[in-house]
Design a protein around this ligand. Structure first.
Ligand code: ZN
Length: 336
């Protein structure tokens, strides 16, 4: 492992294919033109942690266990953010590389990525709260909600591996949204109350689209409520489809123990989340964008300078980004 070519892997947050034009992103276009450039499918729900875990483990949520940004256990009432490595059921490729005598570093804007994916990475740098040595060398990074924080990270990455093979994809696309429902309230108002409705997107970064997202999990008070709740959901304008736990787990390769009894998908304009008491829906301002639905599934994938790390079959999903590392570096560790 010691003499391998270095590899830079970029997991770009919310890069819709419509944003990755040659005019807007000439460097990414140049890298793709001299390598591989395609559009693949993100994992549903199209939220950050499910997809970054998928890319990092080259696995579905049914295998790595991260089905969203937040979890709820109805049996115990326990709930928390899905950002701890203890919730990962698979080793990341960074961990596997380290176990095979290599080294892997993790550079990220958000602290939650380090706690979820940072096992056995050195260094693990969250620009939100960088180690002192990095702040001394590269300057204090700009704020977490700024574009400049990404430039800071790229400066560190290019400095660390200027001759690297380069692999990039995104966790999800982005769309403008016009309507948000608080499904706890909307269902209670329609004589179909539920135990818990939760946006799969819910995380700590509230200024990012107020944690509203296009997929919601529903836990029922009683299994016998399923028909009534499903009917009420299907009558809400903007709800695209309602799936049972079993159907959603099969269709989207999700871990059935870590999603709701029902899975609600929004149309391109509709998201779900918590609103103030007495308010079951809200019209969103014209600049509001978010993700989480099936309409944010297409994402770009780019590989460059990877002659020694070729794809054996064309990547179809963002989680396939690092399959060349599995097949070339880590044979025998892949469990399809
Ligand atoms: Zn994201």
């Amino acid at each position: 492992m010691t003499n391998r070519q270095r590899v830079v892997v970029a997991m770009i947050d919310g890069l819709d294919p419509a944003y990755a034009t040659p005019e807007v992103m000439p460097e990414l276009d140049r890298l793709g033109a001299n390598g591989l450039s395609t559009v693949v499918e993100a994992i549903a729900p199209t939220v950050t942690n499910a997809n970054n875990a998928g890319i990092s483990c080259a696995a579905w949520p049914s295998e790595h266990g991260i089905t969203g940004n937040y979890y709820y256990v109805p049996a115990t009432g326990e709930e928390d953010y899905m950002e701890s490595a203890e919730l990962l059921l698979r080793p990341t490729l960074m961990t596997q590389v380290a176990d095979h005598g290599g080294k892997a570093a993790l550079l990220t804007a958000k602290k939650k990525t380090v706690s979820l994916l940072g096992t056995k990475t050195t260094p693990a740098v969250a620009a939100e709260e960088p180690p002192a040595a990095f702040a001394d060398r590269y300057g204090q990074p700009p704020g977490i909600y700024s574009a400049g924080i990404n430039h800071w990270l790229w400066t560190v990455a290019v400095d660390a591996a200027p001759d690297a093979a380069f692999f990039a994809t995104a966790d999800h696309g982005m769309n403008y949204k016009t309507l948000v429902y608080d499904l706890n309230q909307a269902l209670a108002n329609r004589d179909a109350p539920v135990r818990r409705a939760l946006s799969a997107e819910k995380d700590k970064y509230v200024r990012h689209h107020r944690t509203f997202g296009g997929t919601a999990w529903i836990w029922l008070n009683d299994p016998r409520d399923e028909g009534r709740v499903t009917d009420a959901l299907n009558k809400l304008p903007g709800v695209e489809s309602v799936l049972t736990r079993g159907d959603a787990a099969v269709r989207f390769h999700l871990h059935p123990d870590r999603i709701g009894d029902l899975v609600v998908l929004g149309d391109p304009n509709t998201v779900f989340g918590d609103l103030a008491p007495g308010q079951e829906s809200e019209q969103l301002p014209s600049h509001y964008r978010s993700h989480g639905s099936l309409h944010e599934v297409p994402v770009p994938l780019v590989a460059h300078n990877n002659e020694s790390l070729q794809y054996r079959t064309p990547p179809k999903h963002n989680k396939d980004l690092l399959t060349p590392l599995l097949t070339n570096w880590l044979p025998g560790t892949h469990h399809p």
